[in-house]
Design a protein around this ligand. Structure first.
Ligand SMILES: *Cc1c(COP(=O)(O)O)cnc(C)c1O
Length: 391
């Protein structure tokens, strides 16, 4: 690369995203054609929304999914014109802008539907494209079961009047990463009821969908017309230890340059609060990233990083700007590469390892990382030297 070597950076390999999209598409379409929606909300789970979206489309993602209208409009402004769904509107949101941009919005309530219909009557071509979300048991967004009939009746009325076109009906699972959880069967059954009720109300949506990454991998009966894959698109395991290994490739590497290394003596405490005290003479290294970069403080004394060819444990608390690792007697020079996490090919920790160390999920690890870090996109298919982690 050109220019100064950054203090610390996020490297995202777009070839890994393309690979994962291809793997997922092939997997879910093994028996019957099922569409793939790449979920790129929250800045593409920290990978860069626009770049992740472009890579996903290139590899054949049929849909993109985001939470907010703002995210959807950012994708349109970046030149994406394919099928695009957003699902989390708040009072005051600009449905007119979304509809004008050809973004499909999601309605949870009759009030929301009326709002979309009001902008849809001027939209032409059968009005605004709307998907309906039913709550089948997550008890988060979506119409509760006792409101389904009202929502479907209102939607059918607006559709007949040409104000909207109901293009989809969908729901979201609560425990798809726990395949034996009874909520899965219950939600799938409830969703089938909703689909039947919608048909009875005169609706004929193009797509029905229920599955996220974990259900895409673990529950073929929940595939319906389309699966919405977020975390798996980025190569991370949605259900560690449960989902089959299908050859996904983590796209993100976080690395830094060692600031200094130095000896500490037996009895020396390390970092704030001295939560780690050396029980023998050793050496430590200072890594210039901390919770200001989204490195989880909960991983203090628990995570490891990769220095040279070895795992080096984090000692003491993760600070705002830096963290300290045990170098086991070695004194590598300042500037030595430190990989916090990556695909794991070289033996470096993965985002899942950090998640386990911090009692959280890999979603949070990759989505939080950022702050002062520089983010760079590489394509290991074009430049084979760029394995994401290559210095
Ligand atoms: C974030 C999100 C997804 C993606 O979930 P993953 O577990 O990352 O695959 C799918 N659907 C909805 C509604 C979401 O909010």
């Amino acid at each position: 690369m050109t220019g100064p070597v950054p203090r610390a950076e996020i490297v995202v390999d777009v070839a890994a995203i393309r690979h994962n999209v291809r793997v997922l598409k092939e997997l879910v379409s093994a028996d019957a054609p099922v569409g793939l929606m790449a979920v790129v909300k929250a800045d593409g789970y920290g990978h860069g929304m626009v770049e992740a979206a472009a890579a996903a489309r290139e590899a054949g993602a049929d849909w993109l999914g985001v939470a907010t209208i703002e995210e959807a409009l950012t994708l349109r402004a970046a030149g994406d014109h394919g099928p695009l769904l957003c699902w989390l509107s708040a009072p005051g949101d600009d449905f007119a802008a979304a509809v004008a941009a050809g973004v499909e919005v999601t309605a949870y309530t009759v009030d929301e539907l009326d709002e979309v219909a009001a902008v849809g009557s001027g939209a032409g071509e059968g009005g605004a494209r709307v998907q309906l979300k039913v709550d089948t048991g997550l008890s988060r967004g979506g119409a509760s079961r006792d409101r389904w009939r009202d929502l479907f009746a209102a939607a059918a009325g607006h559709e007949r009047a040409g104000r909207i076109r109901v293009t989809g009906l969908w729901s979201h699972l609560a425990a798809s990463d726990e395949p034996a959880h009874p909520a899965n069967d219950a939600q799938e059954a409830a969703f089938r009821e909703a689909v039947a009720l919608a048909a009875a109300a005169g609706l004929d949506p193009d797509v029905t969908h229920l599955a996220n990454s974990a259900a895409a991998l673990l529950r073929p009966s929940a595939h319906f017309d389309l699966v919405r894959c977020g975390i798996a698109t980025y190569g991370l395991d949605p259900a560690p230890g449960v989902a089959p290994r299908v050859g996904l490739r983590p796209a993100m590497t976080v690395r830094a340059r060692l600031v200094m290394s130095k000896p500490v003596a037996a009895g020396d405490g390390v970092s704030y609060g001295h939560t780690w005290v050396a029980d023998h003479d050793t050496t430590v290294g200072v890594v210039p990233v901390g919770y200001g970069e989204g490195i989880l403080r909960a991983a203090s004394n628990r995570a490891s990083v990769w220095v040279g060819d070895d795992l080096r444990p984090v000692r003491g608390r993760v600070c705002m700007d830096q963290l300290v690792v045990d170098l086991h007697g070695e004194l590598p020079p300042p500037g030595t590469e430190v990989v916090l996490f990556g695909p794991g090919d070289r033996g470096e920790p993965t985002a899942q390892d950090w998640a386990a160390a911090a009692d959280t999920i890999s979603y949070e690890v990759v989505t939080r990382v950022g702050g002062r870090l520089v983010r760079r996109h590489v394509d290991s298919d074009v430049d084979p030297d760029e394995e994401g982690t290559a210095p």
